[in-house]
Design a protein around this ligand. Structure first.
Ligand code: PLP
Length: 333
């Protein structure tokens, strides 16, 4: 089977340098961090990764958490609260939704990527502390936010922007610099997709990152990420920031264009509609040796069950062509 289902967008989970870095960390530090980072779970590789993540994202500081899911709970738990209104895109990832709930904030959902709706909802809550939370690339639709326009709306209402960049890959070599767009931004990401490892992070202004380190329950009350995962993510990040990383991103761009010309991300949804139809379509592809999962409610809205194709820089042209032919044969493209 050829898998079109993972989030290993640049194939770095199997890159020899990434594997070697994990092995070295395992030999040097053992298997587990053995405690919360604030107790004795901190290792030099956590510092190294946090410094490089901050530099990569153009932020003052970054903090690594056990997962991307925990990173969203952490950030919203800290910046939210009963005196805060969080404006949340209707297609946000479950971890942002759960972060909103746990934060005990007032939560208002705005229409998907509708900045006019967001603008008017922000105006309605003018006298409150405001936070806007959104995915940068939506995980089940593969569409992207208009970041400059979103940052401008946030800035005009003095709202903090919490941006989940878990699936951002096409801007990995040059992340969009949000510093001169006026909005205060906390950038959340994961180590488990483009960086091929396990863990999450929050990058942003030093004072907000310090607040997370001192106040976020998913950081304080959970064991630090393992030295091997951390070292693997650091090695992967160094590849992403190198000419090799740029070439991998270009390769991925070319593969996406082969399947869906101009599509803005490596997540290509094929909306089928009914749940049974989506399962049948996935089974028909599986018979042809192509693994594309059917995504159904509650992950997506009823009536929008779909095949979720994800591409990776390590797919061959031939593999992507096989998928295209199969989708054409099944009337799905
Ligand atoms: C948009 C988004 N945010 C956060 C996460 C959680 O990241 P992690 O798998 O590292 O917990 C995911 C996926 O798993 C995601 O798709």
């Amino acid at each position: 089977m050829v898998s079109f289902a993972s989030n290993d967008y640049l194939g770095l989970s199997c890159h020899p340098q990434v594997i070697a870095a994990a092995r070295r960390a395992l030999d040097q530090w053992g298997t587990g961090a053995t405690a919360s980072r604030l107790v004795v779970g901190h290792r030099p590789c956590h510092d190294d990764l946090e410094h490089e993540l901050a530099a990569w994202k153009g932020c003052d500081a970054a903090v690594v958490l056990p997962t991307g899911y925990a990173a969203n709970l952490a950030v919203l738990g800290v910046v939210g609260g009963p005196d805060t209104v969080i404006l949340s895109d209707e297609l946000n990832h479950a971890s942002l939704i759960d972060g909103c709930r746990l934060s005990r904030s007032e939560v208002t959902v705005y229409r998907h990527s509708d900045l006019d709706d967001l603008d008017s909802l922000l105006a309605r809550h003018r006298d409150r502390r405001l936070v806007v939370a959104t995915d940068s690339v939506f995980s089940m639709d593969g569409d992207v936010v208009d970041l400059p326009a979103l940052a401008a709306v946030c800035s005009s209402h003095d709202a903090l922007l919490v941006l989940d960049e878990a699936h951002t890959v096409f801007e990995t070599d040059t992340p969009v610099d949000l510093s001169d767009m006026g909005a205060e931004v906390l950038r959340v990401g994961t180590l488990s997709k483009t960086l091929g490892s396990l863990g999450g992070y929050v990058a942003g202004p030093q004072n907000l990152v310090d607040l997370i380190i001192n106040r976020a329950r998913p950081f304080i009350f959970s064991t630090g990420s393992t030295p091997a995962d951390t070292a693997a993510a650091l090695a992967a990040l160094r590849i992403v920031r190198s000419p090799e990383g740029v070439a991998l991103v270009d390769r991925l761009r070319a593969l996406v264009d082969r399947l869906a010309p101009g599509h803005p991300s490596p997540i290509v949804p094929i909306i089928v509609g009914g749940e049974a139809e989506a399962l049948d379509a996935a089974a028909a592809l599986a018979e042809r040796g192509l693994l594309v999962p059917a995504i159904r409610p509650p992950t997506v809205a009823p009536g929008t069950s779909r095949l979720r194709v994800t591409l990776s820089a390590v797919h061959s042209d031939d593999e992507v062509d096989r998928l295209c032919v199969a989708l054409d044969e099944l009337g799905l493209r």
